[in-house]
Design a protein around this ligand. Structure first.
Ligand code: MN
Length: 297
């Protein structure tokens, strides 16, 4: 019997769509899903910045053709900021979140999340009390819509330059208790944790059973292991709390651009050109970290 026959972990390993293509036309969806499969991944994370632009039937057909699973993520904009006091922006944000859930359910997603609690942008003032109440109400409504189809919703904790509401895992845990929905989880991202958390392992333990999704990104968002992220501390803590949810590789380079997202995230440098080499390397890196962590725990 081969020692590698049964992995010691249950996590699906995913890859973000922007590793492969800047949009989601049929050739781009096909290229993304087939290359993710070739690089050894279980699932692809589809960018849902404009869910109405996703061709559900086409996407489902290609996912099924390659036996791939799918998740999706989006970030709100100032025009759809549910954490503002602007009634029009809150209404537009609620509509967008409802549409994202609807398309996500039709697609059969395993998870839908991102910066769904406010605008993904650099804010110039703290969130107000009324803005926070609007955000909690919007996310509660989104969770109710998703609960009917057992779709888990995630709050992606991002750094201070991309949100003024949730910058740490502990803040997300408090926010989830306020929303009080059974299908709402914390989505941690190592790129952001590297900026905001005291300790990678402690952040994971603080989330505990509320951890529902994890983005694996390096401190500069390029090749894993070439930056300053404490992957050992993160993976050991995930094994300790018995985290079995998806682990998705996220990386950005000026080689593959969606202006809607890439410019918001300040992706100005070319960190890689060969996405297949990048993704294969990341898949191996994540598996090695998982195997080491589960051997230790
Ligand atoms: Mn992320």
């Amino acid at each position: 019997m081969s020692a590698t026959a049964t992995p010691p972990y249950a996590n699906a390993i995913g890859v973000h769509g922007l590793v492969w293509a800047g949009a989601w036309s049929e050739p781009e969806a096909h290229s993304t899903i087939s290359k993710a499969k070739a690089a050894g991944y279980d699932l692809v994370e589809i960018l849902f910045m404009d869910p109405s632009a996703i061709d559900v039937a086409m996407t489902r057909r290609i996912l099924d053709e390659y036996g791939m699973r799918a998740t999706a993520s989006l970030g709100l904009s100032p025009a759809t900021d549910v954490s503002s006091e602007d009634e029009d922006a809150v209404a537009a944000g609620n509509a967008l979140l409802g549409q994202a859930v609807s398309v996500g359910v039709d697609l059969g997603l395993e998870y839908l999340g991102g910066v769904v609690f406010g605008a993904l942008t650099k804010h110039s003032a703290p969130v107000t009390a009324a803005g926070r109440r609007n955000s909690v109400a919007a996310v509660r409504r989104m969770c109710e819509l998703a609960a009917a189809s057992d779709l888990p919703i995630g709050l992606e904790v991002v750094n201070r330059y991309e949100s003024n509401l949730l910058n740490t895992g502990a803040q997300a845990v408090d926010y989830i208790r306020e929303v009080a929905a059974d299908n709402l989880y914390v989505h941690l991202d190592t790129y952001h944790m590297n900026i905001e958390e005291n300790d990678f392992g402690q952040a994971v333990r603080t989330c505990g059973d509320l951890l529902g999704y994890v983005h694996i990104g390096e401190s500069h968002r390029g090749y894993l292991g070439t930056g300053t992220v404490d992957f050992e501390g993160l993976f050991r803590a995930m094994a300790e709390i018995d985290y079995t949810g998806p682990i998705t590789f996220e990386s950005f380079s000026s080689t593959v651009v969606d202006p809607n997202l890439s410019y918001t995230l300040a992706i100005w440098r070319n960190l890689w050109e060969d996405n297949l080499d990048l993704a294969r390397h990341a898949r191996g890196f994540i598996e090695a970290q998982l195997r080491s962590a589960h051997r230790l725990s």
